[in-house]
Write a protein that binds this ligand. Structure first.
Ligand code: HEM
Ligand code: HEM
Length: 429
């Protein structure tokens, strides 16, 4: 323990110090506590809003003008292409950073009371970030965006009873067309950003109410003034992120393919990259399980966990040293077994052929799902028997299996599926 000299903090009526408390625990501002990911997410939202507002001056949300307005932005407006590039690349960064922040928060166990509500607000924010990207995806109205949105919205029809209705509401009709473009535009530039602003205000207030980020008890209670200690770190992280985005936007143009042609579907037609894990899963298991049951299990579990198990070691990475070891082991296991399962299902395990005449929901859905659930059950039993793992440690390991599994499925879907969605090498796509 370090002795804490009495801190003299000058009274400042300054905006930054209203966001932060006057002093913070020295351990809470170490970079490897948060990796600055929450702050980066906020900065990316600001960049998106600023560049998005600029793009709105020239963008026209109608199928016969949208593509031309993008060409106009790129070719006729000073720095138009650069602004579009920034919006495109930082939109991708936003999804990745929000995802990493979500993973960091989970692994540092900052999900129990008093952070439980913030964890759920965070899950809502993650979904909104993904939908912000998705609704923006359609706007250029080129072949890439048109077909990616067609493929991804199609997945909605797999939801029983309400799926077809939802699909028609989202598209504003049966097919992707002018009503879809207007719907997406209004969500993208109105409803979604406004909802996010409200949720973010609530999110930050909850961080303050919880007395800052989670730091494991027993650690030093030495405090330092937020300014300059925390504010300077945030400034440096922010400037580095801006520099990376500017550099990328100067060197690499946002993609723009041919004008959308509803009569000609590219082969393969793929969903946006963050939905490719689901599209890959759909090739192996009945859509009801891939699109409804498995995501419900995952997100339901994430929300259930801090309610069912009310306490945890907040701020302690992976709950414990054993938790860390098991997470690493789970990551390696998923890294090897996910591609193995994809190959097995693709070439050997054809349950639907072995059970001709059975409803597809059972042969292609229920049975593979039981196989998957059974394997996870055996794995949990193994963790419990061999390592005497606690509930927290088991959940950390299962979370790792899901996250790693989804990443691997996405990689296979994006880079290893060619024409007709057949498995192939990346250089043959
Ligand atoms: C909240 C986070 C946001 C994300 C993740 C996001 C993402 C995207 C993406 C991925 C595109 C397609 C860009 C392309 O590849 O061409 C796009 C386009 C667009 N966005 Fe956003 N956006 C966000 C916020 C906003 C906001 C707040 C506005 C305006 C108020 C806006 C206005 C636009 C416009 C006008 C386009 C069409 C121009 C174009 O495609 O280049 N966006 N957005
Ligand atoms: C727009 C997206 C988001 C923004 C701008 C944002 C911003 C922040 C900021 C600035 C913090 C303070 C510390 C830090 O940097 O980690 C924070 C903490 C937190 N965030 Fe987020 N966040 C977002 C999304 C999420 C998501 C996706 C989750 C989880 C699903 C989440 C859950 C939390 C929790 C539980 C804390 C408290 C962490 C702790 O006490 O250690 N947030 N967020």
């Amino acid at each position: 323990m370090q002795d804490q000299p009495k801190l003299k903090i000058k009274k400042r009526s300054n905006f930054v110090l209203h966001i932060h408390p006057a002093t913070v625990l020295i351990d809470s501002i170490k970079f490897n506590r948060t990796f600055g990911l929450g702050g980066m997410a906020l900065l990316l939202f600001l960049i998106q809003s600023l560049t998005g507002i600029l793009l709105r001056f020239a963008y026209v949300p109608s199928p016969d003008k949208a593509y031309d307005s993008i060409l106009y932005i790129e070719n006729s407006i000073l720095f138009g292409g650069f602004v579009r590039n920034i919006h495109h690349w930082s939109g991708i960064f936003f999804v990745i950073i929000a995802f990493l922040h979500f993973v960091r928060v989970f692994y540092s166990q900052a999900i129990f009371v008093p952070r439980r509500v913030n964890w759920i607000i965070g899950i809502a924010l993650l979904i909104l970030v993904i939908f912000s990207n998705f609704t923006g995806y359609l706007l250029p109205w080129d072949q890439l965006s048109f077909w990616a949105v067609t493929v991804a919205t199609n997945m909605l029809s797999y939801i029983p009873f309400i799926g077809e209705g939802m699909l028609r509401i989202v598209r504003g009709g049966n097919d992707v067309g002018s009503a879809t473009l207007l719907n997406f535009y209004n969500f993208h530039t109105g409803i979604l950003p406004i909802t996010m602003i409200l949720l973010m205000i609530w999110h930050f207030w909850k961080v303050r109410k919880a007395k800052g980020v989670a730091v494991y008890e027993g650690i030093s209670d030495y405090r330092v003034p937020s300014y300059p200690n925390l504010v300077l770190k945030e400034l440096v992280t922010g400037l580095i992120l801006i520099a990376i985005i500017f550099l990328l936007s100067a060197l690499l143009n946002a993609p723009l393919q041919d004008r959308a042609n509803p009569a000609y579907s590219p082969n393969p037609a793929k969903a946006p990259w963050y939905f490719m894990g689901i599209q890959e899963l759909l090739l192996h298991i009945h859509p009801f399980f891939a699109f409804v049951v498995i995501p419900l299990f995952f997100f339901g579990g994430l929300i259930w966990f801090p309610f069912a198990i009310r306490e945890g070691r907040q701020g302690e990475w992976f709950h414990s040293e054993k938790g860390k070891k098991l997470a690493l082991q789970a990551a390696i296991l998923a890294l090897i077994l996910t591609p193995a399962a994809v190959l097995l299902e693709e070439y050997i395990l054809h349950i639907e052929d072995w059970l001709p005449g059975w409803p597809k929901g059972i042969s292609e859905g229920l049975f593979p799902f039981i196989l998957l659930g059974g394997s996870l059950g055996i794995y949990v039993f193994y963790l419990f028997r061999k390592f005497k793992a606690s509930v927290h440690e088991i959940i950390v390991a299962l979370f790792t299996v899901f996250i790693m599994g989804y990443i691997i499925l996405s990689i296979i879907g994006i880079w290893f599926r060619g024409e007709g969605m057949v498995l192939t090498q990346p250089w043959n796509i």
